[in-house]
Design a protein around this ligand. Structure first.
Ligand SMILES: *Cc1c(COP(=O)(O)O)cnc(C)c1O
Length: 407
């Protein structure tokens, strides 16, 4: 990976027409270590957030020895990057052949589920491989309610009463029992975890089985941008959430149990920024060389506001407008698809123009992972930078807006 002083230095040196990811390994190490230190249980990095080999390696070197995986490709990626790491197979709905691969080839001994038919699938493989159920922990995923940018309980999770039955069933078979939840991604209030802990406590009380662990899932928020005309939204920091969690865990009596958390976004978001080029300025529209089918699908949902910084092309001699006036630009993506338009504008100096670059910060989560080859655009150049997005001199000149811009 080529090394540059900053994303700006890279843009001015390479004058890239393709979008380029700028990786800051020290930031990834710092955020991984901060999570491990702030959480009183085991930290399992959620591989789906960003499963690139350089990310997995850096996370492992930072001291994370456990990974939350969901598919054979993720098992293989973790095995390659961190051969001795433990894997937790926390997808509640799994193919029979994938369960076999997990248990037989990868030695995985922790799995999640939210339905009795999944217990039957796992038991079939356990019997076929002549494994001892007592060596395997099955985490029953409970549905939770809360406020997150992406709510997931509509898809996965057993209602509390059902979770009680599942725990009793897997206990009778002889598996070790765990409880887990995943409150969604980018949670917006710390109480979300407390409500989930209350549910877990209710299920534990009714089930009357011995628990081998509690897994709190992911959802810990990363820092993003906001509309410069408005006050920053009151999303708590992950550090603050971890402090609150510590006392909530004691309060609900879970401090005696082995705990697990599965952070994704909170660990890798800040470590990567993306430099895109303005291919054309058409009034208040910017046509860029990336978009919702490449690195920006996460923002396309309209829930997340990515911070942006203007990198003017020094080759442009004449500019119109006032560089101190920050205005919203509608951002159109690279593909020919008419839905490839970001739902929130980028706030940039009025003077931004064709040929300039924009550095989009905190894009490490769900960006590289969600790239497609649609229309032939596939950003795949990664460089290393010594200065992280928010550490560069001067704050980003602008932020993408919270509001949807009127056409
Ligand atoms: C996606 C996912 C995570 C990671 O979520 P973040 O919001 O990125 O922290 C953790 N656990 C499970 C089960 C997931 O599906």
């Amino acid at each position: 990976m080529d090394l540059y002083e900053s994303a700006r230095a890279m843009a001015l040196a390479l004058r890239p027409d393709q979008s380029i990811y700028c990786f800051h390994p020290k930031m990834l190490t710092r955020d991984a270590k901060a999570f491990v230190e702030g959480f009183s249980g085991k930290t399992a990095y959620a591989v789906k957030t960003n499963g690139e080999p350089f990310v997995l390696k850096t996370v492992a070197e930072a001291g994370i020895t456990c990974f939350d995986v969901a598919s054979p490709a993720e098992f293989a990626a973790v095995r390659a990057a961190a051969p001795n790491a433990e894997m937790l197979y926390m997808h509640p709905v799994k193919a029979q052949s994938d369960i076999r691969l997990a248990l037989e080839t990868y030695g995985i001994r922790t799995l999640a589920l939210d339905h009795e038919d999944e217990v039957a699938k796992i038991l079939r493989i356990v019997r076929a491989l002549d494994l001892n159920p007592g060596d395997i922990t099955l985490f029953v995923r409970i549905a939770t309610k809360g406020h997150a940018a992406y709510e997931l309980s509509r898809k996965f999770g057993a209602a509390p009463g059902h979770a009680v039955e599942l725990l009793q069933r897997i206990d009778r078979i002889g598996f070790k029992c765990g409880l887990c939840f995943h409150v969604g991604s980018q949670i917006e209030e710390a109480e979300t975890y407390e409500r989930a802990l209350a549910s877990a406590d209710w299920v534990r009380g009714r089930a009357g089985v011995e628990l081998a662990g509690l897994d709190l899932g992911g959802g810990f928020p990363a820092e993003y941008g906001h509309d410069p005309r408005r006050k920053a939204p009151p999303t708590p920091s992950t550090a603050a959430i971890l402090r609150t969690l510590k006392s909530d865990i004691v309060e609900w009596g879970f401090d005696g149990l082995p705990l697990v958390a599965e952070p994704g976004r909170a660990i890798c978001a800040r470590s990567i920024s993306l430099v895109v080029r303005v291919l054309l300025k058409k009034g208040r529209r910017l046509y860029i060389n990336d978009g919702i089918w490449s690195s920006l699908s996460d923002s396309w949902t309209g829930k997340i506001t990515l911070p942006a910084r203007h990198i003017p092309d020094p080759a442009r001699r004449r500019r119109n407008g006032d560089p101190s006036k920050i205005v919203p630009f509608k951002v159109c993506g690279a593909t020919c698809d008419s839905v490839d338009i970001l739902s929130r504008p980028f706030w940039l100096p009025e003077t931004v123009d064709t040929g300039d670059w924009i550095e989009i910060g905190h894009i490490g989560a769900y960006s590289l992972a969600l790239r497609t080859h649609f229309n032939g655009f596939y950003p795949d150049t990664i460089v290393e930078v010594e200065t992280a997005f928010h550490e560069e001199e001067g704050a980003p000149e602008s932020f993408a807006s919270i509001e949807t811009m009127a056409d």
